[in-house]
Design a protein around this ligand. Structure first.
Ligand SMILES: [Zn+2]
Ligand SMILES: [Zn+2]
Length: 239
């Protein structure tokens, strides 16, 4: 599981809706300590008997020390229950945020959310990807004209904030160029005040251009969405 921003109850509900047994979760990767990424982490980690994998900064920043944890370091790959997990350094206004490259059964997926700027991303590590989960947080114009207070708007557009639709498109374009077998892209972390699914998809596709054979999916805040295949690993049988 990557991030755990819903309550334990909501998390179980949404997984069950998609026929995913919560007891098959063998680890919870946490990108950073903002509430929309760790809200359910304490209870889910205990209930699923799954350790939290996060950087030292995220573990301390999120108060996750009481859990079973594995500390990860940006740029270093670890093996966890059949998954190869590589945290990727990113820019966001928390202690030690990261994105995650996860490889399992020769399927490589990059989970990239809450990124203020593409500067400094290690694209050398991000090649031959099969699936992308990328933040398309806001439309610049909707944010500018929207209801958020000035300081919050400045935070969102800053280097410690979030990717707008155009930046999301730029990121996907770069990653797709090094990933000839790319199969699916999920746009995620859309702001419900400062973005719109149709606007986001159109803006991103305009930057990216045509990608043959790639399935596009939009993540929703009010329910679950599935991206491409489900890789089922039975390395850890559960009751
Ligand atoms: Zn955040
Ligand atoms: Zn967030």
């Amino acid at each position: 599981m990557v991030d755990c921003g819903f309550s334990h109850r909501q998390t179980v509900l949404r997984m069950t809706e998609q026929d995913v047994n919560p007891q098959t979760v063998c680890g919870i990767l946490i990108t950073h300590e903002h509430g929309d990424h760790i809200k359910g982490a304490l209870k889910c980690s205990r209930n699923f008997a799954a350790p939290v994998l996060a950087t030292a900064g995220t573990i301390s920043g999120g108060g996750l020390e009481s859990l079973q944890t594995r500390t990860v370091r940006c740029g270093e790959t670890i093996e966890h229950e059949g998954f190869a997990v590589t945290p990727i350094k990113i820019s966001h206004d928390t202690k030690e945020p990261c994105a995650f490259l996860v490889e399992v059964a020769a399927v490589r997926t990059f989970f990239a959310t809450d990124i203020g700027t593409l500067d400094g991303l290690d694209f050398q590590l991000l090649r031959d990807l099969d699936y992308l989960f990328v933040e398309a947080n806001h439309d610049e114009e909707m944010l500018r004209a929207g209801p958020y207070p000035y300081f919050l708007k400045q935070r969102i557009v800053g280097d410690g904030g979030h990717l707008n639709n155009g930046q999301c498109g730029d990121l996907i374009k770069i990653l797709a160029a090094g990933s000839p077998n790319l199969k699916g892209i999920m746009l995620a972390h859309l702001s419900d005040k400062n973005n719109d699914a149709g606007v986001a998809l159109a803006a991103v596709k305009e930057r990216v251009g045509v990608l043959d054979g790639v399935c596009w999916v939009l993540a929703r805040q009010d329910g679950a969405a599935l991206l491409g295949c489900q890789v089922s690993l039975k390395t850890r049988p559960r009751p």
